[in-house]
Ligand binder design. Structure first.
Ligand SMILES: Nc1ncnc2c1ncn2[C@@H]1O[C@H](COP(=O)(O)OP(=O)(O)OP(=O)(O)O)[C@@H](O)[C@H]1O
Ligand SMILES: O=C(O)C(=O)C[C@H](O)[C@H](O)CO
Length: 278
């Protein structure tokens, strides 16, 4: 089973909303979708492998709708509760590039995870977003330690430059040292920041670079994995999460890192031509 722990939030996708004129109306196409990097990975993987999502949501109708959405994708959902479900405004420009206004809400309050929820994990995936608060950081680190002790693989997504900077070099290095992930996913900007922090990983480092080839760093060697460029990107939200799902599904089926990255690129393409994540 794949287990993904982290954020399940509402994404308010604003297509054509990247340039705002202050003090007046700004007509745009606005869609409410399920979001959260962890939830997106779970939803994109669940049709291919048994998948469980673990996170923290509010005690509000939004949480009920988001859980139902994940369950309809085939995900086994286990949640803790805090006051208010997180929500993110995603402003998408004409070429599909997105800018986010983020309120993690309950997702920031993940506490110690029931060990019974982790049994049977062959792979645990953790977005770095979840490590921002010390309590959640401990809960995620403990989960990773326990899955690794049972022989499962662990992957971490570096999530965002803002998250890396908020945590700082020392805390990110400490997280990677304690978790010792088998796979680290980063986009180009996150990889640059990680490099400037002097971070290293014993595992595979997968660097996504939009339409340009993915770089797979493994044991001192680098492989370039081509992706089929998509010219008509509607919204890139969740492309990175779909990539991680495709990679993990392939790796669980026995693919090596290069083949898994290829599968990730194929899964990511599906996310680019729709509003919101898969
Ligand atoms: N224009 C594109 N054409 C083809 N594939 C793309 C394009 N943009 C993104 N992808 C695919 O999506 C993957 C992830 O995109 P990107 O490099 O932007 O990472 P990310 O920042 O994690 O994504 P996200 O925007 O979801 O946060 C890429 O590795 C690639 O496989
Ligand atoms: O960070 C990413 O990979 C995303 O584009 C997905 C967003 O973080 C998520 O949907 C926001 O809720």
């Amino acid at each position: 089973m794949l287990i993904v722990i982290g954020d399940l939030v509402a994404d308010l996708i604003v297509l054509g909303g990247a340039t705002l004129e202050r003090g007046t109306d700004n007509p745009a196409e606005v869609r409410l979708t399920r979001g959260g990097s962890a939830a997106n990975v779970a939803a994109a993987a669940a049709s291919a492998v048994p998948t469980r999502f673990i996170g923290c949501v509010g005690v509000d109708p939004l949480a009920t709708a988001l859980i139902a959405d994940l369950e309809s994708a085939g995900v086994d959902v286990r949640v803790q509760r805090a006051e208010r479900t997180g929500a993110i405004v995603v402003l998408v420009d004409a070429v599909g590039e997105r800018t986010m206004i983020t309120d993690r809400g309950a997702a920031a309050e993940l506490a110690a995870i029931d060990p019974a929820w982790l049994t049977g994990a062959r792979w645990l995936h953790l977005p770095l977003y979840g490590f921002a608060e010390p309590g959640s950081r401990q809960a995620l680190t403990d989960a990773a330690t326990s899955v690794a002790a049972e022989g499962g693989c662990v992957s971490v997504d570096l999530s965002s430059v803002a998250t890396l900077r908020a945590l700082g070099a020392r805390a990110v290095a400490e997280v990677l040292r304690r978790i010792s992930p088998d796979v680290v996913f980063a986009n180009r900007d996150e990889a640059d920041v990680a490099g400037s922090f002097g971070l290293t990983t014993r595992g595979v480092l997968v660097v996504k670079r939009g339409p340009e080839p993915v770089l797979v760093h493994e044991r001192g060697a680098v492989a370039e994995i081509a992706v089929d460029p998509v010219d008509d990107v509607l919204d890139s939200t969740g492309a990175g999460d779909a990539f991680a799902a495709g990679y993990i599904v392939a790796a669980l089926a026995g693919a090596d890192a290069a083949a898994a990255a290829r599968a990730g690129g194929v899964r990511a393409m599906a996310a680019l031509r729709r509003a919101g994540a898969l």
